[in-house]
Design a protein around this ligand. Structure first.
Ligand SMILES: Cc1cc2nc3c(=O)[nH]c(=O)nc-3n(C[C@H](O)[C@H](O)[C@H](O)COP(=O)(O)OP(=O)(O)OC[C@H]3O[C@@H](n4cnc5c(N)ncnc54)[C@H](O)[C@@H]3O)c2cc1C
Length: 349
């Protein structure tokens, strides 16, 4: 599947943008602002950094400086959500049409949405493990939340941040969910409304020794980006443990990709699948992700610097870490608190 092949090569670009969004409790707003990296920046910085500068005639130096200024302006614009690279707009819903869709498993599909004609050369500009917001267009079929407000949900694309003209989402349908049955019923050419990007967590290599990702169901996509990004950087020595819980084996999203990644980076990544109820001969854990399961799969050592990330359905997030408080992280509770983790050591997506 083309989209999933693209995933393996996912070079996620760190972009940090600010935004003010209001969504359900487990959709978070931005954390802070930060740096934007782009091949052009690297190119310009590389030329300057190599000291070529001193050997160039003045007019060439000027050209390089102009280019660097242009890139800096784009960086600034992108930080403010007004850049010309990004098809997403921070404070405005934009319609992207469904271009094609492929089934992934019994309840999940891969959706390709194309940007409007005037944005076909643009990219989504979503940062590592960042997200965008989605809602359905207004109309008689529009489903509202319990307070009568539009239903808005965050998604982390599986396409690269450099993909131009379109973005790709892997979306699991919850039959009793508010938004996903609508997305699942979309026909080719129909639009969905998008807004963003939103920053979730600004990852810096080597800021903790071991990372623990606890994901449930469709909450896996931010973890995929985060871990893949870290493993792709040779200078990053961070080790990772994934605890991924699902109802059954057929619900495990990106399993092949995870297994390949774990085998390629056997010294840095351990993947553990937890099933509600395992089939005959299942060797992994079963049941809810509890404190004993976490400490068994991710035993902590005295003085070790760790960080735990949590993303999944509300009941799971509540029991693992305590739910979010709107866009804020919310009080740390549940299994991680029981195990002695501090608020600084836990991030809820
Ligand atoms: C950062 C981030 C990235 C994400 N990326 C993806 C992605 O790439 N792909 C993807 O498919 N999903 C992703 N999600 C999840 C996505 O945002 C939606 O939550 C999901 O699609 C369900 O939306 P829905 O409106 O259809 O269902 P909802 O109406 O949200 O319900 C989902 C399920 O949870 C149950 N439920 C809802 N609220 C409660 C509650 N308070 N207590 C108990 N049960 C409850 C419902 O009954 C239903 O079974 C991501 C979430 C986050 C936070």
């Amino acid at each position: 599947m083309a989209a999933l092949r693209a995933l393996r090569a996912l070079p996620v670009t760190p972009v940090t943008l600010s935004s003010r969004q209001s969504v359900r409790s487990y959709a978070s707003a931005p954390q802070s602002s930060g740096a934007f990296s782009w091949p052009a920046i690297a190119a310009v910085a590389g030329v300057v950094g190599l000291g070529v500068y001193t050997f160039l005639p003045a007019d060439k130096v000027e050209k390089i400086e102009d280019k660097a200024k242009g890139v800096a302006a784009e960086v600034q614009a992108a930080k403010q959500g007004t850049g010309s690279w990004g098809a997403l707009i921070k404070d405005k819903w934009v319609p992207f049409e469904l271009a094609s869709v492929e089934p992934y498993n019994h309840n999940t599909k891969v959706y390709h949405f194309k940007f409007p004609e005037d944005s076909k050369d643009k990219v989504s500009g979503i940062p590592v493990a960042g997200a965008l917001l989605v809602k359905m267009p207004e109309g008689e079929n529009e489903v509202k939340d319990d307070k009568g407000k539009p239903v808005i949900r965050p998604y982390t694309p599986i396409s690269t941040s450099e993909q131009a003209g379109s973005l790709t989402l892997l979306i699991k349908e919850y039959k009793d969910g508010k938004l996903t049955p609508y997305i699942s019923s979309l026909q080719i050419g129909q639009p969905l409304l998008f807004k963003g990007p939103i920053v979730k967590y600004k990852y810096e290599p080597n800021t903790f020794e071991r990372g623990l990702c606890i994901a449930g169901g469709s909450g896996i996509t931010p973890m995929w980006q985060l871990i893949k990004h870290s493993l792709d950087q040779p200078e990053d020595k961070t080790k990772w443990t994934l605890i991924f819980s699902n109802v059954s084996e057929q619900d495990i999203l990106l399993r092949k990709e995870w297994d390949e990644l774990a085998s390629k980076h056997s010294d840095r990544l351990k993947v553990n699948y937890v099933l509600d109820k395992g089939p005959r001969g299942w060797k992994g854990e079963t049941g809810f992700v509890t404190a004993p399961i976490i400490s068994k799969l991710f035993p902590r050592q005295e003085g070790e610097k760790v960080k735990a990330f949590v993303c999944g359905p509300p009941p799971q997030v509540n029991s693992v870490s305590g739910g979010k408080d709107g866009p804020r992280q919310g009080e740390l509770k549940g299994a991680l608190k029981e195990l002695g983790y501090t608020e600084e050591e836990v991030f809820k997506f």
